[in-house]
Design a protein around this ligand. Sequence first.
Ligand SMILES: C[S@@+](CC[C@H](N)C(=O)[O-])C[C@H]1O[C@@H](n2cnc3c(N)ncnc32)[C@H](O)[C@@H]1O
Length: 234
Amino acid sequence: MPENAAQQAGLLFDAKAQSWESKYRPNGPLAFRVKVFAALLQGRVEPGAAVLDFGGGTGAIASALSRRGLRMTVCDVSEQMIETGKQLHPEAAIDWRPLPANWKRLPFADRSFAAIIASSVFEYLNGVENVLAECRRILQPGGKLFFSVPNPAHPSRKFERWLRPLAVLLLKIPGVARLPKIGNYLRYLEVSRARFSQAQWRQKAARAGFRPVAVQLEPAHLAANQALMYLAFE
Ligand SMILES: C[S@@+](CC[C@H](N)C(=O)[O-])C[C@H]1O[C@@H](n2cnc3c(N)ncnc32)[C@H](O)[C@@H]1O
């Protein structure tokens, strides 16, 4: 049995590693994420700046940003996501950093990065406050933090909230977690559980020393997945 949320997430994404990158094919369901994070960073970091993709998975976003001249680091608790990413993007100048499931301190010096991005990662965290404090520590003064998280007001997220207790029960039945597709979906419901409003995320970020940054995304970016919301801090 996995002991903590990061271990659960690591195992869930180890299982998804081989197929993850196909979601970023042209017009694939996650392709918009590259455009969104490129737009968020555009004009807010210097060319060649050091950027951390926290929970960066197979590096689909990081490799695209590295082609745009940013110095990318990817860290993640899923060894398989990292290993798959290395194989898929051998040409990308990415610093790949696997993290132990029980990490408390990120393996980076204070003030290492001009920006941190985290695409759909914070909802898997158990200790959001510690992670925000770590982000603050490794960001340079004035450094930016951009992350996407589930929008709890969206109908699909309300449905997930309703379904989650059932998923937890079903996963207690032997063999259910190993069922193709449905097993992974139930585990996603179990593990992706940090749901906060925009105001609550802002409070948590403020406690870690961040202040909000106003960003305007194109309507097409926002429309690509209305079940997500984007937060920006410095
Ligand atoms: C939904 S995937 C997103 C991957 C990538 N950011 C993307 O948008 O394609 C979530 C990622 O967060 C990672 N993750 C979950 N909990 C984590 C933690 N505590 N520390 C670091 N990475 C974590 C998972 O292993 C997984 O690769």
